[in-house]
Design a protein around this ligand. Structure first.
Ligand code: UD1
Length: 430
């Protein structure tokens, strides 16, 4: 297994190109199952999770083409184009072996059911950050008229006469359930209203693509989405939005190292909570032509108190990176995780590097500034892993981050992008 070796101390200075958003790309790819037409997705990030979704869709019969013409400049890569044609759906089963690799595989459930009247999808199971059930997806689909049974670890869904629109009030906010239901409702008879829907920009991006495919959707990006079902959808071309979590991660790393980095392609409008939190630490974040510039002008980093919450709140996917940053702040910070029950796996690893963090249930108290020292570390999920990379950038001596495959799921060319800004970082093949 590959490792990443970092020698801390260098300031990040330069430019980083932000790629297409993983969390937008995955549902957009699943949406290809809704049409026999050709869906073209531009600005596709090159990530392990995208490859997993490609394999899953291919075994459903989706024909997949990739434009291999990738522009690679010193500032990074501009993205590639993916073409998906689900002319005929040859299998409505999403097998365990593929779903267990990536929970977002469950996003094929709504489209398959809506298009084919049936779907058999493996239950994703829990993962390192929590139990992560799919009850909201299933009860929503039942309200659209699906019959659902759970059998031997599989979700068996049927809608022999097609789905019918309904007013669905989600009892809790779920990004994935909102996406699954919005996709399914596009081909349901009549009107569907999704209340207490997730408002994430990735949902608005998905809706934009579905609308370009002929869907009739209003309100996406707010907590009330209305969908008027249509008989069929057609092909479309859609550019995937920029990855706000990748941008936030590099912004945090720039502040951590006292650097000055321009994030090309970052969309400030989707990053308000993260930008505000960084500003409270004393960093300067300005919109520049085509992106964002992040500078740590103050020597001292201010401690902050924050709580993760659904969009437009502070994203849980940025919590671990901020925890690393707060280790450098002068004073006591507090971070409360409200979305996932077990998302603190980076804490013991950061403490092995010298951090002073106390866990009180879902709240972490971070006392800084810590004198972080390099160490061999490992993590059990994507964002926890990257928080250790960020900590390694300022730690004295050498940090080795193991289990790099977690990073490959969500960060394209992470080592190259950081190294291009002056970080002493390399990937070691096993
Ligand atoms: C998506 C993101 C993930 C992000 C998360 C929260 C993708 C591919 N992944 O995950 O990076 O961390 O949103 O912003 O977009 N829940 C239920 N029942 C359900 C569904 C969810 O109880 O049926 C719970 C979850 O366990 C969790 C909370 O609701 O505690 C939010 O989960 P959800 O918004 O669904 O996250 P994902 O869509 O899985």
């Amino acid at each position: 297994m590959d490792r990443i070796r970092i020698r801390g101390g260098a300031k990040l200075e330069g430019r980083i190109r932000i790629g297409g958003a993983k969390n937008a790309a995955l549902p957009l790819m699943a949406a290809s199952l809704l049409t026999s037409g050709r869906l073209t997705l531009a600005n596709l990030p090159h990530l392990a999770d995208i490859a997993t979704m490609t394999h899953l869709l291919a075994q459903h019969g989706v024909l997949i083409g990739m434009d291999g013409d990738i522009h690679t400049g010193p500032e990074g890569q501009a993205g590639r184009t993916l073409t998906l044609s689900a002319r005929t759906v040859t299998s409505t089963t999403a097998p365990y072996d593929l779903v267990r690799k990536m929970r977002a595989s469950v996003l094929v459930l709504g489209p398959l059911l809506a298009r084919c009247g049936e779907a058999v999808v493996s239950l994703p199971g829990g993962c390192a950050i929590g139990t992560r059930p799919v009850n909201l997806h299933l009860s929503g689909l039942e309200q659209l008229g699906a019959e659902i049974e759970l059998e031997r670890g599989y979700i068996k869904a049927r809608a022999a006469k097609g789905l019918a629109g309904a007013e669905i009030v989600f009892p809790a906010v779920s990004v994935g359930a909102t996406e699954n239901l919005m996709m399914a409702a596009c081909l349901a008879r009549g009107q569907t209203v999704l209340d207490n829907a997730a408002c994430e920009p990735e949902i608005a991006d998905l809706a934009d693509c579905l609308i370009a495919m002929g869907a009739r959707i209003t309100g996406a990006g707010t907590s009330r989405i209305m969908i008027d079902g249509v008989g069929s959808l057609h092909g479309a071309h859609h550019p995937i939005m920029a990855d706000r979590i990748e941008a936030g991660t590099f912004a945090t790393a720039a502040v951590m190292t006292g650097g000055d980095v321009q994030l090309d392609g970052a969309e400030a409008g989707t990053m308000t909570a993260v930008m505000a939190a960084l500003a409270r630490t004393g960093a300067s974040i300005t919109r520049v032509d085509g992106g964002l510039r992040v500078v740590r002008d103050a020597n001292r980093l201010e401690p902050i108190t924050l709580e993760t919450s659904p969009y437009p709140g502070f994203p849980t996917d940025m919590q671990a990176q901020f925890m690393a940053l707060m280790c450098e702040a002068e004073g006591e910070s507090a971070i409360t995780e409200t979305i996932f029950e077990n998302r603190f796996m980076h804490v013991p690893e950061l403490m092995r590097m010298g951090a002073d963090i106390e866990l009180q249930g879902s709240k972490a108290i971070i006392r800084g500034p810590a004198r972080l020292r390099g160490a061999p570390v490992m993590a059990t999920d994507l964002r926890a892993s990257v928080s250790l990379v960020i900590a390694g950038l300022v730690a004295e001596g050498e940090t080795t981050v193991n289990r790099v495959y977690h990073l490959d799921r969500g960060y394209e060319r992470l080592v190259e992008k950081l190294a291009a800004c002056g970080a002493e970082i390399e990937r070691l093949a096993s």
